[in-house]
Design a protein around this ligand. Structure first.
Ligand SMILES: Cc1cc2nc3c(=O)[nH]c(=O)nc-3n(C[C@H](O)[C@H](O)[C@H](O)COP(=O)(O)OP(=O)(O)OC[C@H]3O[C@@H](n4cnc5c(N)ncnc54)[C@H](O)[C@@H]3O)c2cc1C
Length: 410
């Protein structure tokens, strides 16, 4: 395919990808006085993690249940300061002011299904060792848990609506935010990126390029001639959605001494209809199951873990999505955000939505400490960017708003 001759646009930094990693980094770079252009894909696709996440701003309690997850716990605790300042709009210098974020809850619950006395005792024993976890009086626990006679704990962990987070982050910083059809090529040494929108090919020249494209980083690596296989990994999930949810629930069904809950249930809303969005072990082991088998497995596991919930009228839909991460030797989840640089091109995987502030802080520290100066500006040239006339990228859709979701009653 041939395109008209390319025009060149300059900015100090160019970010590819408008999920939580790219948008938080954009705010951070703007705060440093740098001009930033962000390019996001204009298509609706199923592969966007931030909007498909459960929106839990983990404090690390879940990870405290697993002896091997101390690193993750530390870095999550560090990120919480940024989230607190951002959500309280404490000041727009140390964190983006995220006034528009819908906060679903500030406390997550944990429960261990009864029946197996050993399991309950083990879970209680491990939870009692974790600071910030309180055992709840049954009267204060969600009815669907208390009426089944389960022990319930709570912890100060926030769950937010991820779509409203992305909208707020977009507004938190200025500078061009542009929709593209594709990135054609990246010259990592020179900081030159060619992108296409509506048949128009445009060249961006910049001091630093950031690949914040999640699963799309694999494509960006191909465009830069980098072998992705040794740099990043995917960890697939087969999530489950259930509507109408019998009551709002934000909770982990825990296993003793494991950071992998059997179920993690959060509640979102499609217009005003409540939806349970369900991850945890069900979603991890469900990768091997087809859609029908996953819906069946979900009904069976919900009946075991939430016997007091009447789900007979509920419709269930499965949703496949991969987590994109920096590569680890054994394929396990990295402890924290991962960044890999190739000349002027740096790829970033926050690993968790909750870790986006840390990923952005580290990326900016590396930029100023690194060998590549961020600015491509000539002396006297303005920090403001002239951008091509590309449209704003569309807002990202959560899984339950996609047309290709199949809801099943059986
Ligand atoms: C089901 C699920 C539940 C999760 N729940 C939680 C949770 O509760 N708490 C938590 O902390 N973490 C959670 N995570 C992890 C978290 O969602 C991710 O770590 C985080 O959202 C990754 O953000 P990102 O910006 O790197 O990627 P994404 O959100 O995937 O964004 C990538 C962006 O890049 C764009 N893009 C793709 N290709 C290109 C290209 N070629 N050019 C330009 N742009 C491109 C996309 O359009 C998109 O805007 C969850 C993940 C999943 C999958």
């Amino acid at each position: 395919m041939t395109h008209p001759p390319a025009q060149t646009f300059r900015s100090d930094c160019l970010i590819l990808g408008g999920g939580v990693a790219g948008l938080w980094l954009r705010w951070r770079l703007r705060r440093e006085g740098l001009s930033v252009t962000l390019l996001d894909l204009g298509t609706h696709d199923n592969a966007r993690q931030s909007v498909a996440s459960q929106g839990i701003l983990h404090r690390g309690v879940k990870y405290a249940l697993s002896p091997g997850a101390a690193g993750t716990q530390r870095v999550l605790a560090e990120a919480m300061d940024d989230w607190t300042r951002a959500l309280e709009c404490a000041d727009s210098v140390s964190a983006p002011a995220l006034a528009g974020v819908r906060i679903y809850t500030r406390t997550m619950h944990m429960w261990a299904p009864g029946g197996m006395l050993a399991g309950v005792t083990g879970a209680a024993a491990s939870l009692s060792l974790v600071s910030g976890v309180r055992k709840l009086d049954p009267k204060a626990a969600p009815r669907v848990l208390a009426s089944a006679g389960f022990s319930v704990w709570e912890t100060d962990e926030t769950c937010i609506d991820a779509a409203s987070l992305l909208s707020s982050l977009r507004r938190a910083a200025d500078g061009p935010l542009l929709s593209i059809d594709a990135v054609e090529s990246i010259d990592a040494t020179e900081g030159i990126v060619r992108a296409v929108c509506g048949g128009q090919s445009v060249t961006f020249s910049t001091g630093a390029v950031y690949g914040c494209a999640g699963l799309g980083n694999e494509h960006l690596m191909a465009a830069a001639g980098i072998d992705a296989s040794s740099v990043c990994q995917r960890r697939p999930l087969h999530m489950v959605m259930l509507t109408p949810a019998p009551s709002p629930l934000y909770a982990h069904c825990i296993r003793p001494l494991s950071d992998k809950p059997r179920l993690t249930i959060t509640t979102a809303y499609n217009n005003s209809e409540p939806i349970w969005y369900i991850g945890g072990d069900l979603a991890e082991t469900g990768v091997a199951r087809d859609s029908q088998a996953q819906v069946r497995a979900a009904r069976e596991e919900l009946a075991r873990c939430l016997p007091a919930a009447d789900l007979s009228a509920a419709h269930i839909a499965p949703w496949r999505i991969d987590r994109a991460e920096g590569r680890t030797q054994d394929g396990a989840r990295p402890d924290g955000p991962v960044a890999r640089s190739f000349g002027r091109l740096t790829f970033i995987w926050p690993t968790k939505l909750a870790l986006a502030p840390i990923a952005a802080r580290r990326a900016v520290a590396a930029l100023f400490g690194g060998e590549h100066a961020p600015a491509t500006r000539q002396p006297g040239e303005s920090a403001e960017t002239v951008a091509p006339p590309f449209p704003l990228p569309p807002e990202h859709l959560p899984p339950w708003q996609h047309n290709n979701v199949t809801w099943r009653n059986q």
